[in-house]
Each structure stands twice: as structure tokens, then as C-alpha cells.
Design a protein around this ligand. Structure first.
Ligand SMILES: Cc1ncc(COP(=O)(O)O)c(C=O)c1O
Length: 384
């Protein structure tokens, strides 16, 4: 059955992004693909096999349910890490399937040990340290007690990682905060090492830190937004594209995702009529309008009313009137030969033009991260 709208994932764009990012971090650092938020809207089930084909062997998810979804489509030998929520009754499945997970509370540590004892299998853990984000992670003062628990229960635990997360490395306003976090992380790692805690991987950087502060790269980088082809911020982009080391003028990151639909109907509306609900748009001349069968229930925000744009027949068409639950209207008066069934690009390229996620995000006042991860699950994802 033909979908009302669909998302296309560009394999070659992903391949290029991963090759570029791997080059940036060097061959001794493990590339971890962050696929929380339904792989930032790209779709876990479609994205994991595609990224595996591009050489990714480690994926990080937010919770046990996302791990379950990734587990069902991944290859043997691909490794999963849960960075956030696991209910105690999910730990049995997590440990049985060799899935690693962040530990940031005594409660989770104790629960992991208890389950590992029951399952007769080591829990593979990454100790998350609080360095200044104040969200999750063990405080410096807790570490003495944690080390005692870790040592006493070493036969139930494999300490794979020690990690932290930076609070906004994409913005220069956070420069000092990031430096403080980096310094504290190094200090805490040294102290853990003195106490005999020596993990396989130290990791702290996500996209922005890795691309702006190379010293944060360490043994693993948890790449989210950049692998999908987006710079974490304009500052990160400029810092990279204009730096003296950059040999490129061309953006090395390529957008993986496009979102498309088709014209559902066409209508000629004479001068002086309101279009769609209410009085948001009044025709000032005779106009040809196309109805697009996507609305806010599909993730096309109401804030794009009278301000969004789409591509039809290689030309830009303005959204006129309100975006309603299932459809909106665009002005195609000056685009010749528009027909029912014509392809409509909501996000992505058509001909030489592009509706970028960032322009779309700006219009809706959302950041890339929010816009992407809000794209509904039920939109089919196709690999092209
Ligand atoms: C703990 C952790 N690591 C890595 C990432 C990936 O971040 P980014 O998408 O900026 O690369 C996130 C996302 O917010 C995160 O919460």
C-alpha cells in the first residue's frame, strides 16, 4: 500500500558521514552510533542495518526498549550500550544478551550485581561520572563507596567503561564549563585508576565535543547528530569549516534523511477568499492551490502555517493558511503543470533546491534534535 508520506534514508550520505567522522577521531577510537529517539527520527530498525553496512559496530540507545528494537535487527557481534533508563525487571534480559549499560546510581549498581549473581553472568557496565552536567552520574564524594562495592563484586561485573557527558559543548558560552568538566573527569579517572578501576574505554565526547575539543576524544566517541549529517550548532560548523586545518570549503556532512509526499488535490480559488480554517490566509488574486496530505498529526508543525515551504516540480511553494491535523495548502500559482500525484518534498532536495532540516527547524523554533526525533514512528522509512 502506498504511504501518505515517507522518509528516505540516503545510504551514500551516511557512508560519507561515518567515513569523515571516523577520520576525525582516528583509528584507535571506537565510533559509537547514538540511536536514541528512534535514531533521531531515522528509524532504529532501518538505521541499524544501514549503519552496520557502513562499518559501525557499537550503538548507544536511551532505554531497554530501544535496545530491544535494535537487538532484533542487529548482526551478531554488534554491541549495544544503554545510556539511560532500565527498569529492574528488564535487567535480566539486558544482562543475558550481553548489553552494556551506564550505571549512575547505587540502586542500579546493586540491582545489576543482584541480577548478575542470579543470571550467573557478568553485567557489563559503564560508570557514569558527574562532572558538571548535573543530570546523571556519580558524584566525586560517592566514588569511595562505589569502588568498595565494585571490588567486592568484581566477579559479577565487567567494568567496560568510565564516562561522562558534556553540558553543551556546541556553544562557546559553555567553554569554561566544558573545560572544568574535562579536567574533573580526568582527575576522577586517575583516582579510580589508583584504586584499581581500569576500564577498557574512557569516553566523554558526543558530536560537538569531538569536533571542537579534540582532547575529549579518548577511547570512544558517542556520535549522535553529526552522523545523521548535521553540525550540532552553527558555531561548531563554522569552527570546523573555517579553521586553519580545514582543507575543505564543501560541507563534509551530508543529510541522510528526506521527507516526501504527493499532491493530493488541486483547487483554483478566486481573489478575496479565505483558505482552510479561519482567516489566516486571504487570496489577493486568483490562485492555484495544491492540497498536501500531511498535517500536524504526522509531525508537520502548526507553526509552519503561512510560513513553511515545500518543493514541487523543482520549485518552492509557500504554505498558505493553517496547517491542520492531516493536510495543508500550498500556493502553486506560478509553478506550471502541477498535477495530482506530483512528488512534494517537505524536507530534503528536489532539483537544485533544498528544504533543510535547519530551515524547517528554525521556522518551527525547534532545534534539529527535536524536529528529527519527533518525526512519527509510523511514517515508513525507505533506504535509497
Ligand atoms: C549521553 C549522551 N551521549 C551522546 C549523545 C549524542 O549527542 P550528539 O547528538 O550531540 O552527538 C547524547 C545526546 O544527547 C547523550 O545524551
Amino acid at each position: 500500500m502506498q504511504p501518505t508520506s515517507w522518509i528516505e534514508l540516503n545510504h551514500s550520505a551516511l557512508e560519507k558521514n561515518i567515513r569523515y567522522l571516523k577520520k576525525r577521531i582516528g583509528k584507535d577510537t571506537t565510533f559509537v552510533s547514538v540511536i536514541k529517539g528512534n535514531a533521531y527520527g531515522h528509524g532504529i530498525e532501518q538505521y541499524v542495518p544501514m549503519a552496520e553496512q557502513c562499518g559501525v559496530k557499537f550503538f548507544a540507545v536511551y532505554d531497554a526498549f530501544e535496545a530491544f528494537r535494535a537487538f532484533n535487527v542487529k548482526k551478531d557481534g554488534t554491541h549495544l550500550i544503554i545510556m539511560g533508563m532500565i527498569a529492574d525487571d528488564q535487567l535480566e534480559w539486558v544482562i543475558a544478551n550481553d548489553i552494556s549499560f551506564f550505571v549512575f546510581t547505587c540502586e542500579r549498581l546493586e540491582a545489576a550485581i543482584a541480577q548478575a549473581r542470579l543470571s550467573k553472568k557478568k553485567a557489563r557496565i559503564h560508570l557514569e561520572l558527574e562532572t558538571g552536567m548535573h543530570r546523571t552520574g556519580f558524584d566525586e564524594e560517592e566514588l569511595g563507596a562505589i569502588v568498595k562495592i565494585l571490588k567486592k563484586n568484581s566477579r559479577y561485573l565487567s567494568i567496560e567503561g568510565v564516562c561522562t557527558h558534556y553540558a553543551g559543548a556546541e556553544s562557546i558560552a559553555n567553554f569554561h564549563r566544558i573545560q572544568q568538566q574535562y579536567n574533573l573527569f580526568n582527575k576522577l579517572c586517575k583516582s579510580l585508576k589508583r584504586d584499581g578501576i581500569t576500564p577498557d574505554y574512557y569516553h566523554s565526547a558526543a558530536s560537538a565535543a569531538a569536533l571542537i575539543y579534540p582532547q575529549t576524544i579518548m577511547d570512544m566517541v558517542r556520535f549522535g547528530i553529526a552522523q545523521y549529517g548535521f553540525w550540532p550548532s552553527m558555531e561548531t560548523k563554522m569552527n570546523n569549516l573555517l579553521s586553519e586545518h580545514a582543507r575543505f570549503i564543501k560541507d563534509p556532512l551530508k543529510t541522510v534523511l528526506s521527507w516526501k509526499t504527493r499532491v493530493m488535490s488541486l483547487k483554483t480559488v478566486s481573489k478575496g477568499n479565505f483558505v482552510n480554517y479561519g482567516t489566516a490566509f486571504l487570496t489577493t488574486k486568483n490562485m492555484k492551490l495544491a492540497t498536501i496530505p500531511v498535517g500536524y498529526c504526522h509531525g508537520y508543525s502548526r507553526s509552519l502555517s503561512n510560513s513553511g515551504q515545500v518543493l514541487i516540480r523543482g520549485r518552492k511553494a509557500d504554505v498558505v493558511g493553517m496547517v491542520s491535523m492531516n493536510m495543508f495548502m500550498v500556493n502553486v500559482t506560478s509553478i506550471p503543470n502541477v498535477r495530482i500525484g506530483d512528488e512534494v518534498v517537505l524536507i530534503g532536495k528536489q532539483g537544485d533546491l533544498n528544504i533543510s532540516v535547519s530551515s524547517f527547524a528554525e521556522m518551527t523554533k525547534m532545534v534539529n534534535y527535536e524536529l528529527l526525533s519527533r518525526l512519527p514512528y509510523q511514517i515508513p522509512r525507505l533506504i535509497v
